[in-house]
Design a protein around this ligand. Structure first.
Ligand code: ADP
Ligand code: MG
Length: 680
């Protein structure tokens, strides 16, 4: 069986399971083999029953003494009980609602049981343990545990992967052979075998090292290819512009950090090489103003600017803000979004092509086909983490040589950013505008919802506005009808019901652009007291009259995302609040939410997310616009990252476009990692 065979052709994988895999992005056998275990359960060293620690996952080996048939409990649950034990103690095993494991047990035989031991010192028990036979343990002493998701259990994934390993032809080696010796790495096929079914922890570790190298190496190759495309081009030629008139036109004074960042950016724009700079600043640090200063400089030099924002709401808001900031200097702002009427779009496109728009603000539409700039000199990408490298590249590609400024609220340590973004320079806004008050943050359970709505009612009565966020659908992604139904139901049955007589609005990604704009306009103008919304409002929205942010199912978000959402309030003079609602029982979840309640420091929050949830969430696709890494951690695998960085540079030196026949398989992996990014 070839590696590119769809998973449903594997024995034991039906269309239903294949569909679940598809939701995880697993289409082929090769994809499936790239679904790595999170950890292993070591069956090779079982604890004596009497010595098994309480309440931690443990493996014990015990003989079965007796079995009882399934009994039906009041309430419809079934229960099966088995008595077992070893020389040290007896063990009572109970399964609820499943009898398959118990059915397979033979009285008098020994088995391995994995689970939590509870009970007393003399009477030990386990509930719903996983059972493995000595033969199974002999074959795979370290059982892989996969992240269970999309309705796929770890055991089910393990079975499918094992099948794939047996039936698939060995995958082609992608690394140059001398890399294997230089970095002491196992071959690719061996590594895949060992990551899924290691004979020892050492084998698993070696396999991981190899696969981490692969990921980081292909990542660096892809970034290298993207970069070399831009390097050859010269920049739009600009003279320094005096920012004095711009600063003094503002109703407030810029912070020192804003002045410094604007200075660095405008300095770059007057160099011969194109600017390639990242502006990093916590939520509310005033990045828009810095972007405006850059646009001002480009305008004074006779160049057009483009600003790309991730949502239509944000694009509309930016267009308005930038018009206010720059209109008096003669800057003509055009808005370009996907949802525009054909006629309006034609007018905008004509103005852009004729150079009658000095600044074009929009969503992806800005990089769409048919958008022709007369003289694009500056491209700004807001909330950079929401865009992929691909979009960034496309925007830069709209002109031969624009300066590029990307802005992000996600703090990434500097050394890491250099490796990840390559030759991107970095400016940091490490100072908030004066007068910001801390946002009081609380985590509550769903049983407090009624009381919470009482509080919302009081805030509204005092003339304030509130946001209520329900998890869901993103504007640009595949939209899930079930979730849409959930937010609509919440809107009518919870929010409207608990705020009788108040004006409650509903915002979600399915609304037409015009409807979204109307809802947002109503909220901004104070014609709505509360706005029930999906995360389409996550980034950048600025409504100073809003003082409360409620986030339902808060456990579903990473802390950085919650912090972004929280940043929507606390923008005016009044005291602001953020209420995180979650019924999730997990201790980890509680701890995370409590942590968020204790701090407003975006950097500390990102760090906590990194340490506690792992890189998958923090450095997930959405966060930095890079491809998702399965295994590698950009924070702990830094040595491998450095090695991969150097090796990629070396390889590209010899084969700049990665077209040599011996690099074909490697080029294929780079394409796979970057999805449909085009490199030329
Ligand atoms: P972010 O960095 O999150 O994009 P914004 O650019 O949206 O932040 O700015 C947040 C708010 O702070 C806006 O209402 C903006 O007008 C205001 N603001 C920005 N700079 C200053 C400043 N120097 N003094 C006072 N308010 C400022
Ligand atoms: Mg912003």
């Amino acid at each position: 069986m070839r590696a590119d065979t769809p998973v449903q052709y594997l024995k034991g994988v039906g269309p239903k399971t294949a569909e679940k895999f598809a939701r995880l992005g697993v289409a082929t056998v090769e994809d499936l083999l790239g679904l790595y275990p999170r950890r292993y359960v070591d069956y090779s060293n079982p604890a004596p029953v009497a010595a098994a620690p309480f309440d931690t996952d443990t493996v014990v080996k015990a003989a079965v003494y007796s079995k009882r048939g399934a009994v039906r409990l009041p309430g419809g649950r079934t229960m099966v009980q088995v008595l077992a034990g070893d020389d040290s103690a007896g063990l009572s095993l109970t399964w609820f609602n499943t009898h398959f494991a118990a059915d397979s047990l033979q009285v008098g035989e020994e088995y391995f049981f994995e689970g939590r031991v509870r009970g007393t010192l003399t009477r030990r028990e386990m509930t719903n343990p996983t059972v493995r036979t000595p033969a199974q343990v002999e074959k795979t002493p370290l059982a892989p545990v996969y992240p269970q998701t999309e309705g796929l259990g770890s055991g089910q994934i393990a079975r499918c992967v094992a099948r794939a390993l047996e039936e698939a032809e060995p995958l082609e080696e992608i690394l140059p052979p001398e890399f294997l010796t230089r970095f002491k790495l196992p071959g690719r096929w061996q590594a895949l075998q060992d990551i899924h079914r290691p004979a020892s922890m050492a084998a698993a570790a070696a396999a991981r090292r190899r696969l981490v190298f692969d990921e980081l190496f292909t990542l660096q190759l892809g970034l290298g290819l993207l970069r070399s495309r831009g390097a050859a081009k010269a920049s739009a030629v600009m003279e320094p512009a005096d920012l004095g008139p711009f600063w003094s036109s503002l109703p407030f004074s810029p912070t020192g950090a804003q002045r410094r960042a604007a200075g660095e950016i405008c300095g770059d724009m007057t160099k011969t090489a194109p600017m390639n700079r990242l502006l990093q600043g916590d939520v509310g640090s005033g990045k828009t103003l810095v972007a405006a200063a850059a646009v001002y400089t480009a305008y004074k030099n006779g160049w057009q600017s483009a600003l790309m924002a991730p949502t239509e709401i944000l694009a509309a808001q930016h267009a308005e803000t930038l018009h206010k900031l720059l209109g008096s200097f003669g800057v003509r702002v055009a808005l370009l979004t996907g949802g525009m009427k054909a006629a309006a779009r034609r007018t905008a496109l004509a103005a852009i092509a004729a150079g009658e728009a000095d600044l074009v603000v929009g969503t992806h539409a800005v990089i769409g086909e048919g958008v022709q700039f007369k003289a694009l000199g500056l491209a700004v990408v807001d909330e950079q983490h929401r865009f992929g490298v691909r979009q960034r590249g496309l925007l830069a590609g709209k002109a031969a040589q624009p300066h590029v400024l990307v802005m992000s609220a996600t703090p990434i340590p500097r050394t890491l950013a250099l490796l990840v973004y390559g030759d991107l320079d970095i400016s940091v806004l490490d100072e908030l505008p004066p007068g910001r008050k801390a946002i009081k943050t609380y985590a509550v359970g769903g049983e407090k919802r009624k009381a919470m709505y009482g509080f919302l009612e009081k805030q509204i009565a005092a003339g304030r506005q509130v946001y209520i966020v329900c998890p869901l659908v993103e504007e640009s992604e595949g939209q899930n009808t079930e979730e849409l139904a959930a937010v609509t139901t919440y809107y009518t049955e919870v929010a409207k019901a608990l705020l009788p007589g108040r004006r409650v609005g509903l915002m979600h990604g399915r609304l037409k652009a015009k409807e979204k704009a109307a809802v947002m306009e109503d909220f901004k103008a104070g014609r709505l007291d509360a706005l029930v919304s999906t995360t389409v409002i996550e980034v950048g929205v600025d409504v100073p009259g809003a003082t409360v942010m409620v986030i339902e199912n808060a456990e579903r978000y990473g802390l950085s995302a919650l912090h972004q959402l929280r940043g929507r309030v606390g923008r005016g003079a009044a005291e602001s609040f953020c209420i995180l609602v979650s019924d999730h029982p997990g201790e980890g979840v509680r701890d995370r939410l409590r942590f968020l309640c204790s701090t407003q420091d975006g950097f500390a929050i990102a760090k906590y997310d990194l340490e506690h949830r792992g890189p998958g969430d923090f450095f997930g696709d959405r966060q930095h616009g890079l491809p998702t890494l399965q295994l590698a951690s950009l924070t702990t695998d830094t040595r491998t990252l450095a090695a991969a960085h150097a090796s990629a540079a070396e390889l590209l030196e010899a084969d700049p476009a990665l077209t040599a026949p011996e690099h074909r398989a490697l080029a294929g992996q780079v394409q796979r990692l970057f999805g449909r990014t085009t490199f030329n």
